[in-house]
Design a protein around this ligand. Structure first.
Ligand code: FE
Ligand code: FE
Ligand code: ZN
Length: 287
């Protein structure tokens, strides 16, 4: 069965229980959650997240896996500002504990941006951080996300991800999250050559290293390095190619997560609604 969901929120009184309810409202059988606002690092204690109730509801409804996404302000590649790097290391250590406590084995992380110091320095900094964070006992996998290559982002090629992997001592704790919008924006031909991409990935990192797929269309042409997500079928990748990826037999056990934009209501354009219920239904129908 297609393993499909979207990113969902975690806030208010219901916290993680609310995240599971939101996923169920989209008819999802998996989901991705940020442990707080994606743009800051303020987080609640595990005991306040209503984890037992959330887990019970997941069990009842047959949701067996979900993933956590680290906030995108975390930047392990920053060699310019030591406090940014230290904050990233500290935060990730706690985020690993939170993810495991919530019951996820996968923590998605943007590798980072070198902010002008060059790729080699950025990669050195990332691996320095990962080597501080990861031990033989780390209870989750960190899934490095494939990036669009916007600004000074690291991780827009499989070669860069492979280099991080090679320089990380506990690389058995590393996985990859493939984002279709990002790969397309980075120059990969996800429309006509997804199998070729998988072959290339397999050579450099190994297919078994794929932990999640972010399924997004792109508002820009291939290679634009922009990172602007579009709703499925409304962008340059198109529904057919994305559906083929969602239903790809080599990826059937891997969660597919939608991060497509909310849609403004026709009669009240200031109000935006999540597209996930419809996008999930459409993908299932196409299978
Ligand atoms: Fe991401
Ligand atoms: Fe993504
Ligand atoms: Zn993105």
């Amino acid at each position: 069965m297609l393993l499909i969901g979207s990113h969902v929120g975690m806030s208010g009184k219901e916290m993680f229980l609310g995240s599971v309810k939101e996923a169920l409202s989209y008819n999802a059988n998996t989901f991705m959650v940020y442990t707080g606002a994606p743009q800051n690092t303020r987080r609640k204690e595990l005991s306040e997240l209503r984890i037992p109730e959330a887990r019970a509801l997941m069990r009842e409804e047959g949701i067996t896996q979900f993933i956590v996404h680290a906030p995108y302000i975390i930047n392990l590649a920053n060699a310019v500002n030591p406090s940014t790097f230290e904050l990233a290391v500290e935060f990730l250590e706690k985020e690993i504990t939170r993810s495991a406590g919530m019951g996820s084995h996968i923590l998605v992380l943007h590798p980072g941006s070198h902010v002008g110091e060059g790729k080699d320095t950025g990669i050195r900094k990332i691996t320095e951080g990962l080597n501080k964070i990861l031990t033989a006992d780390t209870p989750v996998h960190i899934a490095l996300e494939t990036m669009a290559g916007k600004g000074s982002e690291i991780g827009s090629t499989f070669e860069e991800l492979a280099e991080i992997y090679e320089k990380t001592v506990h690389s058995e704790k590393l996985k990859v999250c493939m984002d279709t919008c990002h790969m397309h924006d980075a120059g990969y031909d996800v429309i006509h050559n997804f199998d070729g991409i998988l072959t290339e990935f397999d050579k450099l990192l190994g297919i078994s290293r794929i932990a999640a797929i972010h399924l997004n269309d792109s508002k820009n042409p291939q290679g634009s390095r922009k990172d602007r997500h579009a709703n499925l079928g409304d962008g340059y990748i198109g529904f057919e190619a994305l559906s083929r990826i969602a239903h790809h037999p080599a990826l059937s056990d891997i969660p597919k997560i939608l991060e497509t934009p909310y849609i403004p209501l026709a009669d009240d354009p200031d109000k935006k609604v999540p597209p996930y219920r419809e996008e999930i239904a459409r993908l299932r129908d196409a299978g």
